[in-house]
Design a protein around this ligand. Structure first.
Ligand code: TLP
Length: 341
């Protein structure tokens, strides 16, 4: 089986499993797990933030941030295809009383003007806008990465409207690699940033929420309220440390494989994709057959992918697939297209 559903499917490597077995641990709810503390410190430093909090998932990191930055009964402006809107179980509404105000964009980051137009003016008969979020890289736009110039324009709009800002940086190290800058440069200016250890960086579980010390102290309380207080969780943080230290170095291969795959898929009749727009490890293609038909035909040929629209399929490269598997997958996709059409 060649699994291209997501970079979340990576198995912990031998070094991670060894580090997990040997991890020094303590009760992290009491703040006594030295391995977790190390991970939180190193993670925050990598993002240029004062403090970090280890959370079980990216979703929890995003939702704790929105819970604290937003005001119950107010609006959150974000891209229309943001993960916080489409894939987090309506958590901002269900858990924090927040209304997403989705803004359409071509590539995953609305323009400063479009964001500004979606911010509710201060009038007595409308809910306020309190938060602006950005996703970098943007998953459903196909792993697109946004550099400092565009981020600055958007953050200026947020500042002018007195909004708090959150960065869903689940794949921030992919963005940093694609743009050739440090991850901290992309996180600068945001009140909070979440990034995942469990995606391309290869850890089995876990994400970090980073921000100012006082904010993270509050986030620690919110994490407990959300049921995310963990005990001897240094066993996971030990794998996270390896992911944080070594993972960014593994991503170049994933990006090369994704571009290579996109080039092969572009040559297949009935598939549309522009390889020049594949910047990181995500390839989203438009398919003439339905996405369900193609994904079904692929499964029969031992390739896994996910449908992300009626005629859209996503392939994600990651550490557990090399060029050989990607090449095999490309051949099977060609065959599956013939079956599905
Ligand atoms: N994304 C998953 C699915 O939920 C779609 C994937 O396979 O890509 N932000 C972004 C941008 C994400 O892509 C994801 C996960 C998350 C947040 C949430 O992370 P987890 O899955 O750890 O809750």
């Amino acid at each position: 089986m060649i699994d291209l559903r997501s970079d979340t499917v990576t198995q912990p490597c031998t070094e991670m499993r060894r580090a997990m077995a040997a991890a020094e641990v303590g009760d992290d709810v009491y703040g006594e797990d030295p391995t977790v503390k190390r991970l939180e410190e190193e993670g925050a430093a990598a993002l240029g933030k004062q403090a970090g909090l280890f959370v079980p998932s990216g979703t929890m990191g995003n939702q704790i941030a929105l819970h604290l930055l937003g005001e119950r009964g107010s609006e959150v402006v974000c891209d229309a295809r943001a993960h916080v809107v489409d894939y987090e179980m309506a958590a901002m509404a269900a858990l924090s009383g927040l209304l997403p105000r989705p803004v359409a964009s071509a590539d995953g980051l609305p323009s400063a003007e479009d964001f500004a137009g979606a911010i509710v003016p201060t009038v007595p008969y409308r809910a306020r806008t309190t938060v602006l979020t950005v996703e970098n890289t943007h998953n459903m736009a196909g792993g697109t990465a946004f550099g400092r110039q565009r981020i600055d324009a958007v953050l200026a709009v947020a500042r002018q409207a007195n909004l708090r800002t959150h960065l869903d940086g689940a794949r921030i190290f992919n963005a940093a690699l694609a743009l050739g800058c440090p991850a901290a440069e992309l996180a600068d200016g945001f009140d909070s940033v979440m990034f995942c250890l469990s995606k391309g960086l290869g850890a089995p579980v876990g994400s970090l929420l980073c921000g100012e010390t006082a904010f993270i102290a509050e986030a620690r309380r919110a994490r407990k309220r959300f049921g995310g207080g963990m005990r001897q969780v240094g066993v996971l943080a030990a794998a996270g440390l390896i992911a944080l230290r070594q993972g960014p170095g593994w991503l170049a291969r994933d990006h090369e494989n994704a571009r290579w795959l996109a080039e092969r898929l572009a040559a297949i009749g009935g598939i549309e994709v522009d390889p020049s727009r594949v910047q990181t490890n995500i390839v989203i293609v438009e398919t003439a057959p339905t996405a369900a038909a193609l994904v079904g035909a692929l499964r029969a040929l031992a390739v896994l992918a996910v449908p992300v629209g009626p005629h859209r399929v996503r392939f994600v490269t990651h550490r557990d697939v090399g060029r050989q598997e990607v090449a095999q997958a490309a051949g099977r996709i060609q065959q599956a297209m013939a079956d599905a059409l």
